[in-house]
Ligand binder design. Sequence first.
Ligand SMILES: Cc1cc2nc3c(=O)[nH]c(=O)nc-3n(C[C@H](O)[C@H](O)[C@H](O)COP(=O)(O)O)c2cc1C
Length: 199
Amino acid sequence: MSTDLIQLIKQRRSIRRFQDKPVEKEIIEEILQAGRYAPSAHNRQPWRFIVIINKEYIQELSRKVKEEIKSLLRKKIGKPRELKNRENQVFLASIAYSEEDKVFFDAPVLILILTDDELFSVESCACCAQNMMLAAYSLGLGSCWIGLANILNLNKKHLEEIGVPEGYHIVAAIILGYPAEKTEKLPIRKLGDILKWID
Ligand SMILES: Cc1cc2nc3c(=O)[nH]c(=O)nc-3n(C[C@H](O)[C@H](O)[C@H](O)COP(=O)(O)O)c2cc1C
């Protein structure tokens, strides 16, 4: 592995503020190519991509995510385990009731990575997503994985509207754009408590 790549891996940060500037299609295509070269179990390449470069549509999806969050928060029973935690509820409410787009952060590009329910599809797609975020960074773009977008999977109607094929779901949503923020200080990275050597 070249030291350049290691530097790239260490320097990439999630970006949530973007310039009001479209991203060239050729650049997006290059990022998709990097995703396609990711390893995948049995080389099955279980990913499909939907690339959205229409900002209004991205904002509409953001509103849909917010509505789904609100409806989950209102539910008295059948809440996912994570939503029984008060801290998570407050955090999600701050996103869902904000006037600002705290879901996709007004990004000019949203790439949805779709997959099926086969073994290791999710893991393979995570490799694909990371390749894309590193490629984006190397091309001067900012990116962020938006896990909140997966909430759209809860409502089949949303998936149909977006054009997700039958048997597929959103496994990763990556926003892209030219950064309007300096990369922040490195968020704390664990080391001691996650590592055990066996000699
Ligand atoms: C699976 C996954 C889901 C994430 N979901 C969100 C999200 O919904 N919203 C968000 O702002 N950031 C999200 N992030 C970004 C993380 O907050 C970020 O990667 C983490 O804080 C470390 O910061 P860094 O990416 O700058 O190194 C997600 C990251 C991953 C890997």
